[in-house]
Structure formats: structure tokens, C-alpha cells
Design a protein around this ligand. Structure first.
Ligand code: SAH
Ligand code: SF4
Ligand code: F3S
Length: 443
């Protein structure tokens, strides 16, 4: 029996896909191993969203080859977004000792690909990066080993073509899974003891399966008994459906938390990014959300130093952050990606030190906001889903998350992961809350 080691980079979609790959290989007679030492095949499920994600994988390939110098039989395969985006470079680079490549829509063919690699030395043909208009892996249940939170990919690909983004090229066209198929997967997860589900797509607002909308899907998933919390990521601010907003506010199982990627605060930059909303439209949407549900937790993604972004335009990103006061934010320096419209049309002209200055500034602002937001929760009693019976720092403590997805540390007691408790928040730092349990819930 051949042993496979698989390592995952990038976003939750890749984490989800790794479970698909494990399932495909498992049912084809491969055994999974936890280390490269005893592996016959090493698979790296890669990300290509920014240059440093790329670099990490290059270094890792060399490092694995170096550690296994004497093992000519060890095969390395590249999966995921680098596979599609860098196929030519990956195969032609003599300094990159890899054996085969499979893109995100080719995982069902992996067993065959691995067999071909073992049988031949013709590396020119050891790849399959064809992107599909239809593949949703609906017939494969990802291998999940148990836990509290499970992810379900409800759609794949992206048709938005934000000019900075490589995802439409690495993952191809948008396609949605049927609501029934998603509900079946949710039921299976509930039977395995999962309590929370996060529905996943590059832009869930454009979910469309024969006319069924994302709000309808969310509603159906919320009827699955055993699943008590549902999250989703990400919606696009350009077309946030109002029925979805209403469902989030009204449905007790849907968490009161929205990830609303801003990317930039200036309308001209947003236009260059092809985000198709203006600063004002974004702010109006935030107002509408807060009117409907004042305590909705909001998080975001921001890019600093997009081509031609001036100091004054950057200040508008600061302004939006100050107005919205996000609970958390992921802030990135613009990184030029192959194939993208931005790379073809706009020179990467914001100097690196300026990008650094901007990212440092935004991270500082965000840290303050996160801390203020967290401090405001001290004294509240919140419902917590316990996720771990110990914490990294102590086996006398356990941890869970509140509805807003914030980590809450609690003293250990007669309650365990998978259970819901009511806890009084007693202390806050920028990243975590602390509390004491006042009631163990029976659900
Ligand atoms: N589909 C998701 C985003 C996936 S990529 C969405 O639209 O919400 C996650 C984040 O990476 C993006 O929101 C963006 O902020 C960042 N990102 C994508 N391409 C980038 C690039 N070329 N340089 C820097 N950051 C980038
Ligand atoms: Fe990329 Fe935009 Fe699609 Fe998100 S919506 S994956 S940022 S192209
Ligand atoms: Fe995800 Fe990275 Fe691909 S963020 S979609 S793994 S480029």
C-alpha cells in the first residue's frame, strides 16, 4: 500500500479540497501518513494568491528533496492554485524537482496520474490542470476526522475578475452545488457530531443552482437538526441580497457575523480593481446592516498599495475603517499576480516602503478597534460553543467561540467541546475574550 503525505497552503477552499483528495486516495487504496519520512508520495496543495504564498511552496519543495536526498523513489505532486497558474514554469524549471501536477478540478484523476508517474519518466505529460465548468465533487464526501466545525464548499470558481486576483484563473468558472447535495452533506456531518457548519464560496452571493439562491440554501441548511450554528464566507459587497441580510438577522442558527471585503476605500481605486461598488455604496450597505442588526460583527479584507493608489486615496481606506470599526481585518500588500488584468494593465508602482508604511498603519488601527470592541463585551453574558478542552497555554482552561466568532477562554469545568455554555465575559485583549461559565446549555 502506497503512503501519501499531504500538506495544505492557502484558504479554507484548499483545506476542504485536501479532504476531498484524502477521500479519493483513501478509496483507491492509498494510506495517509503524518510525515514525509515514510511517504512514497508527497502532495502539496498550494496557494497562489500572493507572491509569498508561492515562495513558501518553492522553499518547501527544495527542503523536502534535501531531507530525502537518498530516496529517488519519492514522488512530489503539486495540487491547488499554483498548479494551474504556474504549470509551465513548474514543469520546465530544472531546479524544481517535482513529478506531477493536478489542478483543483482534477482530483478524481489523481490515482491515475500517480500510477502514470510511477510507470513512466515522461514528465511532460504528468499533469492535469484542465478547469471544468461542471466539477463540484458532489459525489465525493470529503474525509473528515471529526470535530466541531466543518466546512462545506457550496460553489467553486469565480467569475468576478477583480483585477488584482488570480483566483478566476486558478479555479475557473463559477458553479454551484445543488441545495439537496449540500443539505445531505450537512446531515452527514451532524450525524458525526459536528455542531457548526461554515458554507464556503469565493462569492456566495452569486450562488445559483437552477434558480435557488444562497439565502434559500442557508435557510435549508439551518433546518438540519444537530447543526446549531451556521457561518458563511465570503459575500461580495456589490450584490448583497437583502433577503440574505434579513435571514442572517432573523434566523437564530445563523451567526451574527459578516465578512465584507472592502479592498480599498477610494472609489477610483475600487473601479480599477473592478469591485463594482463605490465607497459610498459600501458605507450605505454597512449602515443598512447595522440598522437591521446593530451588533452585527463585521470583518474585512484590505489591500494596500494597489497600482497608483495615492496617499490621499489611501487615507480614504483609513476613513472607512474608522467609520465601520471592524471586529477584525486581514490586511495585505498588493502583490502582482500572473495573468491578472492588473498585471497586464497597471505597473506595480507603489514603492515597497510605502506599502509597508500603509500596512503597519492599518494594522495598528485595526488592533485598537479589535481591542475596543472586545472591551465593550466585558460584563455581557454570551453563548459559547466549546471547541477545545484545553488551550495552547494551559490544560486548566478550555476555549470556544462566541456568535461573532471570537475566541473565548474559560476555566475548565463540567463541560466539554461540542457543548454550548452561557458565559460572562470578564476580560478582553485585542484577540481574545476571557469569561466564566454561568450555565451549561442542553442543546
Ligand atoms: N473571494 C474572496 C477573496 C479570496 S482571496 C472574496 O472576494 O472575498 C482573499 C483576499 O486576498 C482578498 O479578499 C484580497 O484582499 C487578497 N488578495 C487577493 N489577491 C491579492 C493580490 N494580488 N495582492 C494582495 N492581496 C490579494
Ligand atoms: Fe478574487 Fe474577486 Fe473572485 Fe474574490 S470575488 S475570488 S477577490 S476575483
Ligand atoms: Fe485559496 Fe490561494 Fe487558491 S487563497 S483559492 S488557495 S489562490
Amino acid at each position: 500500500m502506497k503512503k501519501v503525505f499531504i500538506e495544505t497552503y492557502g484558504c479554507q477552499m484548499n483545506v476542504y479540497d485536501t479532504d476531498i483528495v484524502k477521500s479519493v486516495l483513501g478509496s483507491n487504496g492509498y494510506e495517509l501518513t503524518e510525515s514525509t519520512d515514510d511517504a512514497d508520495i508527497v502532495l502539496l496543495n498550494t496557494c497562489s494568491v500572493r507572491e509569498n504564498a508561492n515562495r513558501k511552496v518553492h522553499n518547501r519543495i527544495h527542503n523536502i528533496r534535501h531531507q530525502n536526498k537518498k530516496r529517488d523513489d519519492l514522488k512530489i505532486g503539486i495540487l491547488g492554485c499554483m498548479a494551474t497558474n504556474f504549470r509551465k514554469q513548474l514543469l520546465k524549471d530544472p531546479k524544481l524537482p517535482i513529478d506531477f501536477i493536478a489542478g483543483p478540478d482534477s482530483y478524481k484523476r489523481l490515482p491515475q496520474l500517480i500510477e502514470e508517474v510511477n510507470g513512466s519518466v515522461d514528465t511532460e505529460n504528468n499533469f492535469d490542470v484542465t478547469l471544468s465548468e461542471f466539477e463540484t465533487y458532489s459525489d465525493i464526501y470529503p474525509s473528515q476526522t471529526g470535530g466541531i466545525n466543518a466546512w462545506i464548499a457550496v460553489m467553486r470558481g469565480c467569475d468576478n475578475f477583480c483585477t488584482f486576483c488570480v483566483v478566476p484563473y486558478t479555479r475557473g468558472r463559477e458553479r454551484s452545488r445543488s441545495p439537496q447535495n449540500v443539505v445531505d452533506e450537512a446531515k452527514r456531518l451532524a450525524d458525526k457530531g459536528y455542531r457548526q457548519i461554515t458554507l464556503l464560496g469565493q462569492n456566495v452571493n452569486s450562488y445559483n443552482h437552477e434558480g435557488a439562491t444562497f439565502a434559500e440554501l442557508l435557510d435549508k441548511v439551518s433546518e438540519v437538526s444537530g447543526i446549531e450554528r451556521i457561518r458563511f464566507t465570503s459575500p461580495h459587497p456589490k450584490d448583497f441580497p437583502r433577503p440574505l441580510l434579513k435571514l442572517i438577522s432573523d434566523n437564530p442558527k445563523v451567526c451574527k457575523q459578516i465578512h465584507l471585503p472592502l479592498q480599498a476605500g477610494n472609489t477610483r481605486v475600487l473601479e480599477m480593481m473592478n469591485r463594482t461598488y463605490s465607497k459610498q455604496e459600501y458605507l450605505d450597505l454597512v449602515d443598512e446592516i447595522r440598522e437591521l442588526y446593530p451588533n452585527m460583527a463585521l470583518s474585512t479584507d484590505i489591500i494596500v498599495g494597489f497600482p497608483t493608489e495615492s496617499d490621499a486615496e489611501f487615507e480614504e481606506t483609513v476613513e472607512v475603517m474608522e467609520k465601520v470599526e471592524y471586529d477584525s481585518a486581514f490586511i495585505f500588500k498588493y502583490s502582482e499576480r500572473p495573468q491578472t488584468i492588473a498585471k497586464r494593465k497597471f505597473p506595480d508602482d507603489v514603492p515597497e516602503p510605502v506599502k509597508t508604511e500603509r500596512i503597519v498603519r492599518l494594522n495598528k488601527i485595526q488592533k485598537q478597534h479589535s481591542y475596543q470592541k472586545n472591551l465593550a463585551h466585558v460584563g455581557e453574558v454570551q453563548e459559547i460553543l466549546l471547541e477545545q478542552d484545553t488551550t495552547k497555554r494551559s490544560d486548566q482552561e478550555c476555549q470556544g467561540r462566541n456568535d461573532a466568532n471570537k475566541i473565548v477562554i474559560l476555566p475548565k469545568g463540567d463541560y466539554h467541546k461540542g457543548q454550548f455554555v452561557m458565559a460572562e465575559i470578564t476580560d478582553a485583549s485585542p484577540h481574545t475574550l476571557r469569561g466564566k461559565v454561568v450555565e451549561v446549555l442542553q442543546k
